[in-house]
Design a protein around this ligand. Structure first.
Ligand SMILES: [Zn+2]
Length: 410
């Protein structure tokens, strides 16, 4: 799992040779949706096979999870996470026999590849029984501070004092931000101040560098498995928990909207050699909530009725994807249409004719709005988290702050 890798940024714009090579022997889902624009909602859904209203409640993952089901049948279940949200503090350790949280490589001198070496070592050393390994890398999530050679020699940016300067300091991570910088970061993040075109462009360039770094780490991990002849026995899924915005629809980073740049993610599945299907690019709408049932089916286990996703490898006709945001905003993607439904308004987009979601068709296509609204209403809206205190220990809270999360925020 990469963090904040937008589907539209992978491949075309960033240098992602390892992902592209990996995709050549795999099933590629071009239209995969995350269940929310933020880590917690999305990872909780991916692990449980259920939508956020029941998977993520009061800032905690609610089981059961696919990990628990697999462990019950004899899998060794191991997780390595570089994102402090994906930690014991929020219930994500459920079902894992071992759960390690390490700081991300761009924060405070963490050894960049220890997470991957540990994960690869475990897969290689325990070849007797089945093993499920979940690796959650922080890059390309901000701070966008990849090591050489992924980072170009940028001239220092001279920003006039103001919230934009504090925001950039936190998002780029070149120098240690102050408490005030974190406040500035929140001001821009919540749209109360805006970055200039030049700042957005620079931010985007640094993000693409961090994405290239993430790609290289995935490549290194697969390379270790390959060298030890373990890759062809392993089912590998590469995806991301949400996307990232750089000024589209007035937003930066993620958690703040359900437009495609924040919720459409890469999804690539490479099956073990002995039953690998021919490589294929699938164009129907799929979602991260489909991964838990898919893993259970591949393991030869029944899919519990409570799971709301479906087996990706045994597709039976189109199914809409749903995505949720705190405060009750929902998105429904069905075929070429997408409805974004909030308390204030309904927006309808034709993703084929208008992939950037600029032209709202809700006034002229009211029957389609009604049809997609009925799908949204068939699921509870996500209630939001206002007033739910974070009970994580101080160290985890500090790590979250370093990523730009003020703890009364998302
Ligand atoms: Zn995330």
């Amino acid at each position: 799992m990469l963090d904040a890798a937008a589907a539209s940024e992978c491949g075309d714009r960033a240098e992602t040779p390892h992902l592209q090579q990996f995709a050549k022997e795999a099933l590629v889902f071009e239209r995969a949706y995350a269940q929310g624009p933020q880590t917690t909602l999305s990872v909780a859904s991916f692990l449980t096979g259920r939508y956020p209203p029941s998977a993520w409640v009061d800032r905690r993952l609610r089981g059961p999870t696919v990990v628990e089901y697999l462990r019950e049948t004899g899998y060794t279940t191991v997780a390595f996470s570089e994102n402090p949200w994906v930690s014991e503090s929020f219930g994500f350790e459920r079902g894992f026999s071992e759960f390690t949280v390490g700081a991300a490589p761009s924060v405070a001198g963490f050894d960049a590849d220890q997470t991957l070496r540990d994960a690869a070592a475990l897969i290689l050393e325990d070849r007797e029984g089945p093993i499920l390994t979940y690796v959650h890398l922080l890059p390309p999530h901000s701070p966008y501070r990849p090591p050489a050679p992924f980072r170009a020699d940028h001239a220092p940016r001279d920003l006039p004092p103001g919230p934009q300067a504090g925001f950039m300091k936190v998002a780029l991570g070149d120098e240690k931000p102050t408490r005030e910088d974190y406040q500035d970061h929140a001001t821009v993040f919540w749209g109360k101040a805006h970055l200039s075109e030049g700042d957005l462009e620079y931010l985007h360039v640094r993000y693409l560098e961090n994405l290239a770094f993430a790609d290289a780490r995935v490549g290194a991990f697969l390379g270790v498995l390959d060298q030890q002849n373990a890759l062809d026995d392993t089912l590998v899924i590469v995806t991301s928990d949400h996307g990232e915005a750089f000024g589209q629809h007035g937003h930066v980073l993620h958690s703040t909207s359900l437009y495609d740049e924040q919720i459409r993610v890469p999804l690539i599945i490479r099956e073990p050699m002995r039953y690998r299907r021919p490589p294929q690019v699938a164009r129907e709408v799929v979602q991260l909530v489909d991964l838990a049932p898919t893993l259970l089916r591949l393991a030869g286990l029944p899919v519990p009725d409570a799971m709301e996703g479906r087996d990706l490898l045994e597709r039976r006709g189109p199914t809409p994807a749903l995505s949720f945001m705190r405060g009750g905003t929902q998105a429904v993607v069905s075929g070429r249409l997408k409805l974004i439904r909030s308390e204030e308004q309904d927006l309808l987009f034709d993703l084929v004719a208008d992939p950037e979601e600029l032209e709202d068709l809700s006034a002229s296509m009211s029957r389609e709005v009604e049809r997609l609204s009925a799908i949204a209403e068939s699921r509870r809206a996500h209630p939001g988290e206002a007033g739910t205190a974070i009970t994580a220990d101080p160290e985890v809270q500090e790590q979250l702050r370093a990523l730009g999360y003020l703890l009364d925020g998302p």
